[in-house]
Design a protein around this ligand. Structure first.
Ligand code: IMP
Length: 190
């Protein structure tokens, strides 16, 4: 395989995926570079959404296509925001407004357990799937500047810092890194 489409418009995800595959002899092409928009994420699961994002571009270009659908599941909120993580604060949500909403929904509650999940689909002649999960907790305040989304609020288990504060270390321990590891092995063989 010498080319891979990454079906995302999320710059944070794209940066992490490109960095993860930086030592592969594969040209990574993003949905933006193709001038493509994104399909509506109508799926009820991460897998359905990842598959529909990948299929949208694979059916058109017939180049192996990777898509990530991910979310943050907060235990005391019964798994919310989950598949709705990007739009937790409504259709016009921003990372900032989602984080503020999450903090206000949690208030001072002491049970702040949460997990991040990434489902990656690699679509070519076959559908390959990989899942990465990281448990942790939600901080009481936003901390750190790097990364994207809920990174300033999520403290992975075994650490005292948020994904944002962990900065480039996130790249080795994150839910996405876990899922990408398996996909990388598959890409190396294709
Ligand atoms: P989707 O997979 O495009 O539906 O969006 C996933 C949403 O989950 C993002 O917009 C972020 O809000 C959040 N998210 C997914 N992965 C991460 C991550 O690694 N860090 C922080 N937020 C994330």
């Amino acid at each position: 395989m010498d080319k891979l489409i990454v079906a995302t418009h999320n710059r944070g995800k794209l940066r992490e995926i490109k960095q993860f595959f930086c030592d592969l002899p594969v040209k990574i092409i993003s949905a933006d570079e193709l001038g493509e928009d994104s399909p509506r994420e109508t799926g009820k699961t991460y897998r359905e959404n990842a598959l529909l994002k990948a299929r949208y571009l694979y059916d058109k270009y017939r180049i192996p296509t990777l898509a990530d659908d991910s979310g943050l599941e907060v235990k005391i909120l019964n798994g919310l925001p989950g598949v709705y993580s990007a739009r937790f604060d409504g259709p016009k949500a921003t990372y900032e407004s989602n984080n503020i909403k999450l903090l206000s929904r949690l208030g001072n509650k002491s049970d702040r357990r949460a997990k991040f999940i990434s489902v990656i689909i690699l679509l070519s002649d076959t559908i390959y799937q990989s899942i990465g999960k990281v448990s942790g907790r939600i901080a009481y305040n936003l901390s750190g500047v790097s990364g994207f989304g809920y990174d300033p609020l999520f403290i992975p288990l075994g650490y005292q810092k948020t994904y944002s504060e962990l900065a480039c270390k996130k790249q080795f321990i994150s839910h996405r890194a876990i899922a990408l590891k398996k996909i990388k092995k598959i890409i190396e063989k294709l």
